[in-house]
Structure formats: C-alpha cells, structure tokens
Ligand binder design. Structure first.
Ligand code: ADP
Ligand code: MG
Length: 737
C-alpha cells in the first residue's frame, strides 16, 4: 500500500510486558522524523507504522525500537510468538520448581498443616535464601531489564511494579535473616512464579487469537506448478515471478492473480465474489489468487503475485486494521500509563498510613502491607480487556469475508440503528441486462454504436453492458475523445465530431435535452416493470433510450428482514429513477426509498440522520457512494465495488453479500459487550483488592497471586467470546439458508 510517498511497515514486536510498553513505543517512534503514524498493538505483539521512505529507513525504526528494549522484525518473517512462549514455559517451570520448597516451609506456618513432614534442611535460612535469590535475580532478571528500559524513558510499566514489589520483599527477608526474624523468602518467589504463569497463559492465548485471525494468510497457496521451458515443476509460491505460466489443478488454490492462456474450466470464486456456483473460465479471462478450479486444468499467465494480488492486498488491509486501535483501546492505554505511578504512590501512602496512624513505629507491618498493595496492582487485566476481544472479532469477521479496516468501527457497529443502502450493485446484482432500446429515428444500431463509444471509459455497470451488447451485434465502437463522467448521472464524450451524452432523465434535464413523447412512453412502460432507462443524446438532442433490468440480490430480502429484527431501520438511497427504486425496494422489503439522489445528497441524508442522534451505516459500491460511505458511522463497501468505495468504507464485504452487514452487527454487539465485561471486571478487581491489601487484609503473596489470576480471567472471558461468536454465526447461517 503506497499513498503518496507514505509506506507502511508492519512489525512483530517481542518483549512488551504490558500496554504501557506499547504506549512507550508509540511515543518514541512517533517522534522520529518521517513517521506520520504509529499504532502498537499489545495483544497482537505487533506495530503498524506509516512513514515516508524518503525521510526515514525501516531499519532505523527497527533500531529505535531496539533501543527501547524490545526486538522488532517485519511481520511474516517467522519471528512469531512461538519463541516467546517456549522461553516463558521454561522460566515458569524452573521458577515453580525452586519455589515449591519455599512454599512447603510456609505451609508449615499454618496450624492445620503442622503434621506435614518437614526436613530440617528446608528450613535452613541459607537454602531458602539461595532458592529465592535464583528466582529473583536469575529467572526474574528480564523484569529488571524491562523496568530499567521503562524508567530510562521516564515511564513506568508493569515490570516496574513487579521489580519494586519483589525486590522489596526479598530485601526485607534478607534483613530478617540477618536479624534472626521470621523469613518471607517465599513471597518474592511466589509472586515471580505467578506473574510468569500469567504471562505464559496470556502469551499462548494471544498466540491462539492471532492464529484464529490468520484468515487470509491461510488461504494463500504455498506451492505452485509452473511450466518452464516446456517442463512442469513444483515451486514454492514465494519464488513465482510475473509472467510465469501457472498450471491450476483441481482443488488447489491458484497462487497468483492472472489471465487464462489455455484451457477452459469451472472456477470456484466464492472467496472473491461470494458466488458458490463455479464460473466457467477460458482464455482471456482473469482469475484470482486463492480461488481454484473445480475440475480440469487451466494454464494461467501470472500477473500479480503475493502481496500485490487481490488476496494479498486484502490480507494487508486486514493486518493494518488489526493494529489500528479502537477508541476504547486508546483510553485503556492512557489509563495504564498513569496506573503504575498511581499505584506506587498508593503503596507509599499505605506505608505512611500504617507508620503514622494504624501501627506507629511498626516498620515490619507497614512494609508488608505496602508490599501487598504493590503486588495486587497490575494494569495488565485492564490492558488486555479490549485488544484480545477486538483481535478475536476481527479474525471472525475475516472468516466471514468481512474485512474490518478500522478497529473503531466495531464499537460503532454495535450501536448501529439505521442503515442506508445504495441500489445498483449493492441491493441489486449490479450485473444489468440490456432489455430493450428505442431510437427516435428507428436506427437502434447507430444508437448503440455511439453509446458504446461514449461509455468506453466509464466504470458504471451499464457501461460494460452497453459495450458487450455492441460487440455482440458486431458493432465496432469508434474512438471517443474528451470523455467526462458525472457520478450518479451519466457520461459525455466526443465521437466522430459529435457530442454524445448518455445518462438519466435528470442528467438530460440539467443539460436542456428532454426526451420526446415516444421515448417517454417507452420509459414509463419499462420503469413500471422495475427497469432503469438511460437516455442517449447526440449534439444536445435526445436520440434514443436504453432499458436495463438489474435483479435484486437473492440475499437482500433475508438481510433486510433480519436487520429489521435487530431493530435497525433500513432505507434506500439511489441515483436511479423513483419507479425503478420503488420496484427494487418492494422486492427487498424496503419501504423508505430516496430516489434520484446525487452523491452529495446521499451524504447529506446521512449527516442529517446523524444530527438526529442516529448511528448510521451505509452500504455502497460506486464512486457515487464514496462520500456517503466516508460520512457514515460505519461504511460497508462491497468487495466487487469501485476502488473509491473500497477506500472510503470502514468495512469491506468481500463477498458483496448484504447478509454480511447483519453478521458484522451481531459480531460487533457481542464483542463490545465482552469488552465492557472485561473492563468492569478489571476495575472491580482493583477496587476490591487494593483497599483490602492496604488495610492489611491480604498477605503479599496472596495479593500477587490474585493479580496474576485477574489477567488470566480476562483472557478466559475473551476466549468465551470466541465460543459465543461461533455459536451466533452458526445460528445466523441457519437463518439465512
Ligand atoms: P445508484 O448506485 O445510487 O443506484 P448509479 O450509480 O446507478 O446510482 O447512478 C444513478 C443513475 O445515473 C443511473 O440509474 C443512470 O441513469 C445514471 N448513470 C450513472 N452513470 C451512468 C453511465 N455511465 N451511463 C449511463 N447512465 C449513468
Ligand atoms: Mg451503486
């Protein structure tokens, strides 16, 4: 993706211990010259950076992240979370092994457990000291590094809390050992073990979530069969080059976008079109990566490969979206950044409270309780609350052929109460058929010839149909000059010295050419039957009319009904004639129809409803829909739509099926509810545990364990969302059959 000198760098980042780290990277990299946007995603361990390649090199960005104490590598370079998980496993295992004997001696403090055999060696202070020291400074060393890097950048993260807390506990026990008091070595060791367990669970859950969302990458072909100097050979897909001759075999995903050179075969294109019936393809037809032939064989000339192919571009869109952050996510990150200093202050406050008011001069009690506060506080549950669920939801959407281009759209999706649908190409198939022609002078062939010439440069579905009809009738369209297209109205061009205009009645009225009585009669009959009529004018005089039928999509009626069930108001806004619009509306079950809308009027309609306090979605496919898609709270772009619509939308429905809107709303609602639960839980946890610890109700080791458990339960709730989404999707599938 290159937008006017802007490039995008997707990185995998290792070594982040909580969202405060993500914020730190965002700040530091954001300050680099040439960087225009940074979004670091803690749960996904990834970053999405927009930069200008003239001003900064990707290697400099990676180096800067390294200076902050993390390691970064381009996404997809197989530097995944596997290594991180393996090392956490190892650290947790040894930490638990060394902590167990310490726990054993502690158990002995409880009266109930005093019957346990207790080897005296275990109670030896020096052994306890040695075990705790290994855990603290060996296995716990990475926490010190993390804390050091954070403090050096004048921020605080979860590592700071863990190191301050456990070091204090360790030093306290060391002092007690020297002065002959009771030992507390198990406390620091248990906390470190518990934090390691929390991190391990979190990392493996994040890894699972990331795999869930791998979506597109999983559809990419790994290998391809090519013909080189007459010989077939199997090569890895990464070695393909433009111009290679590929052999498409049944059931195997095609490895590149390309053009058929030889053979005819049915191709399953459901991935890109949503159409489950295979389409017959022959020489000259385009085929797309990720689709496959269902029988027979095709020889294909590779045109776009890997990231350049449609599938690759979709995957990149999806990845970029995963590392954009929702507004909930941003709020949480900001909270986490102030959370650590606040907790350090609270802990200090606890110490002072005990020293001055509750148990004056008892340094031991004061420090134990301050320690408990420190260990109970952890921004991690808070930081995990939103991102895990969001990543999960976008992965699910992807599997349903819905690309979430901006995470924030998910939240607005949950609140959607109004949906505006474009007609042509969105509600209807967008594959119109030319059903009739009328020429003032009776010469329909001349009419078709001029119209085809003028429409040669247009992107509207009618343009393609006119071109095909001319070709079928054996008419060669002459070249056209000074072409101009007016979105939502029509086109004009110079053909053989004459000015040709093709467009709607409104387009004609604007330019002062009106259809005569004959054409008006033709138009009325056609429009009553639900067809769309387009007029052709030569040198400012209306010369004829063309009628098109464009059937409503099969999925439309079911989708509209289900949206109504979800209490979403559905309207249609189309540039087409009222009669055709009402006809299509009736077929789809939409009563509220706005016809003859110009692009800016569609946009104004949406803005006016937003002013009434509605949360408005817009689904569209054309150039004329782009302003409305961008203005809407949630813009759904049809995957087979124009580039302009794809860029303006917040979500892309790759299969161009309207049921995708219902699924997206459903997924959005469930996800936002899940995030709210997570946040509420994390808040509640802190609100309960911290005062408890401050007032002396929790031993330090209990506080530390509770902290680890709170992260784990948030992860658990996010995984529960996974199951709920699966169930909801299954249900909606059953309904739409
Ligand atoms: P919508 O997608 O909102 O239904 P369209 O993009 O189909 O709107 O445009 C509305 C109307 O404008 C069409 O029904 C047609 O009459 C006219 N129009 C737009 N573009 C063209 C074109 N290239 N050729 C002929 N007519 C056009
Ligand atoms: Mg349209």
């Amino acid at each position: 993706m290159n937008v006017e000198g802007t490039a995008i760098l997707d990185l995998h980042i290792q070594g982040m211990s909580c969202t405060a780290c993500a914020v730190r990277i965002e700040k530091a990299v954001g300050k680099m010259p040439g960087v225009s946007g940074v979004s670091v995603h803690y749960a996904g361990r990834s970053a999405n950076i927009r930069f200008s390649p003239e001003n900064v090199a990707p290697s400099a960005i990676i180096e800067r992240i390294g200076q902050l104490g993390f390691s970064a590598a381009p996404l997809g370079s197989d530097h995944g979370s596997e290594g991180e998980i393996a090392s956490l496993k190892l650290r947790f295992f040894f930490s638990a092994l060394l902590t167990l004997p310490l726990l054993w001696t502690m158990a002995h403090h409880y009266e109930l457990l005093q019957g346990l055999p207790m080897p005296s060696l275990l109670q030896h202070p020096l052994l306890q000291f040695a075990l705790a020291a290994i855990v603290q400074f060996g296995l716990g060393m990475p926490f010190y590094f993390g804390a050091y890097y954070a403090v050096r950048e004048r921020t605080a993260n979860m590592d700071v809390l863990v190191t301050v807390g456990t070091t204090a506990a360790f030093l306290y026990s060391y002092y007690a050992m020297l002065s002959g008091g009771a030992l507390y070595f198990e406390t620091s060791a248990v906390v470190i073990t518990a934090v390691l367990l929390g991190k391990l669970l979190e990392a493996s859950a994040s890894g699972r979530v990331m795999r869930e969302s791998a979506g597109f990458d999983a559809l990419q072909a790994q290998e391809a069969v090519v013909i080189r100097s007459g010989v077939r050979e199997q090569v890895p897909a990464s070695q393909l080059r433009r111009g290679d001759r590929l052999v498409a075999l049944p059931g195997k995903p095609i490895a590149a976008d390309g053009i058929v050179e030889e053979g005819t075969a049915p191709v399953d294109e459901s991935l890109v079109t949503g159409e489950s019936m295979p389409t017959a393809k022959g020489p000259g037809d385009p085929v797309y990566a990720g689709t496959f032939v269902t029988a027979g064989e095709l020889h294909i000339r590779a045109e776009s490969i890997g990231a350049d192919a449609m599938l690759g571009r979709m995957a990149a869109l999806a990845r970029a979206a995963q590392s954009t952050k929702s507004s909930i996510g941003r709020k949480v990150d900001r909270m986490a950044a102030v959370f650590v200093p606040v907790m350090l202050a609270l802990s200090l406050g606890t110490m002072l409270l005990w020293l001055t008011a509750l148990k004056p001069a008892d340094i031991k009690a004061a420090s134990v309780h301050a320690l408990a506060v420190l260990l109970a506080a952890c921004p991690c549950a808070l930081g995990l609350a939103a991102p895990l669920s969001l990543v999960l939801a976008s992965g699910k959407l992807l599997r349903r052929g819905i690309v979430l281009r901006e995470a924030g759209a998910l939240e607005r999706l949950a609140q959607l109460d109004t949906l505006v649908l474009d007609k042509t190409g969105t509600l209807t198939e967008g594959r119109p058929v030319l059903t009739g022609m009328a020429a003032v002078d009776g010469k329909t062939n001349t009419l078709l010839r001029m119209a085809a010439a003028a429409e040669a440069g247009a992107a509207h579905p009618f343009a393609a149909v006119i071109g095909e009809a001319a070709a079928k009738a054996g008419i060669a369209a002459p070249a056209a000059g000074s072409f101009r297209s007016v979105p939502g109205r029509g086109v004009e061009a110079e053909v053989e010295g004459r000015r040709v205009e093709v467009g709607s009645a409104a387009f004609g009225a604007e330019r002062g050419w009106a259809p005569g009585r004959v054409l008006e009669q033709f138009a009325r009959r056609r429009e009553e039957a639900g067809e769309t009529v387009v007029y052709v004018a030569l040198d400012g005089r209306c010369a004829g009319a063309l009628a098109f039928a464009d059937p409503v999509k099969r999925s439309a009626r079911a989708a509209v009904a289900r949206l109504a069930d979800e209490r979403i108001r559905v309207l249609m806004a189309t540039g087409d004639h009222p009669a055709a619009a009402v006809h299509a509306g009736r077929q789809a079950g939409i009563a509220a129809v706005h016809a003859q809308m110009l692009p800016e009027q569609k946009e104004a309609l949406i803005r006016s409803m937003q002013r009434e306090g509605r949360v408005v979605g817009m689904a569209g496919d054309g150039w004329n829909d782009a302003p409305a898609l961008a203005a809407a709270d949630v813009g759904f772009a049809m995957g087979n739509g124009t580039e302009a619509a794809l860029r303006a939308g917040h979500l892309t429905l790759i299969r161009s099926r309207l049921t995708g809107v219902c699924e997206a709303v459903l997924i959005g609602r469930l996800t936002v509810r899940n995030i709210r639960q997570n946040l509420a839980f994390a808040m509640l946890y802190n609100a309960v545990v911290i005062p408890f610890a401050a007032l002396g109700g929790l031993e330090p080791w209990m506080a530390g364990t509770a902290m680890a458990l709170s992260s784990v339960s948030v992860v658990g709730n996010a995984l529960r969302l996974n199951r709920r989404l699966n169930r909801a999707i299954l249900q909606s599938e059953r309904l739409s059959v």
